[in-house]
Design a protein. Sequence first.
Length: 325
Amino acid sequence: MTRHDEINAGSGCSVAVVIPCYKVLDSISEVVHGVLDFADLIVVVDDHCPEKSGQYVEKMFLNDKVKVIYHDVNTGVGGAVLSGYQFAFDYGVDVIVKMDGDGQMDPLYLNDLVDPILNGTADYTKGNRFFDVESTAQMPLVRLIGNVGLSFFTKMSSGYWNIFDPTNGYTAISASVARNLPFEKIQKGYFFESDVLFRLNILRAVVMDVSMAAKYGNEISNLNILNEFAKFLFLNLKNFGKRIIYSYFIRDFNYASIELLFGFFLSIFGVLFGLVSWVEASQQEAIATAGTVMLASLPIILGTQLLLGFLNYDMRNIPITVLHK
């Protein structure tokens, strides 16, 4: 009995694996073969691949559980994954795994991703390549630096301060939770995984990191973190603003909301008053009085303390109640 059979025998749940394909002809066969014994459904999405990966898979795998869908235009990794999700919904699966077609994601971790969803401890799981120091040491330096920077901004924008490695596309999600995602609003490009985390926080879904090692061979990633960094930064800041407004001023209003308001305006007032006073004193070649210094510094100190209080609340305000049954 395979591990897949054991899972389904005990839970009655079915699993689909979605594999977006774009310029992965050299590795896609190995990827599909690696999940054949695990998944009930394998959805290969040919995202207008110039190498015709979809046709290759159809010729190589004459198996009813392997399905190929085609895009007339390239939609990006996010667009391909969402198409796979929609296809999997029609089959009534319980859990949907997203796995890249470049061969960097080891199928041995499929159970680790799916189990927390099947046993009701998470709605969404994702890989984290930073738990193991030995594995991290094998990561190319550019990816390592880029991922560390992007991880902080994704924590801030998504509200999941407990996760790391946001560009890791090895994920699993409860199908019932995935149905509630606003597909038309989610970013379709490389920002897809980070944007999904933001949308999941709005739903208050439970997200869990799963420790895993990445496989780095001779393949060339289509994602250039340095080129995408500015875009990621802008989109993360945009999502951060939307999350704060929605979570602390529309959906709820509590003491953290007050801390944020007073902290922000006190800090701004202190900085602006201090700058104006400094300019006036410089023009008059005078020394600022103690009262002026206090009037500038005290709001900054109080504002900073209030903002830190808000940050502490936000870091503890992580969803803990699983949505799916």
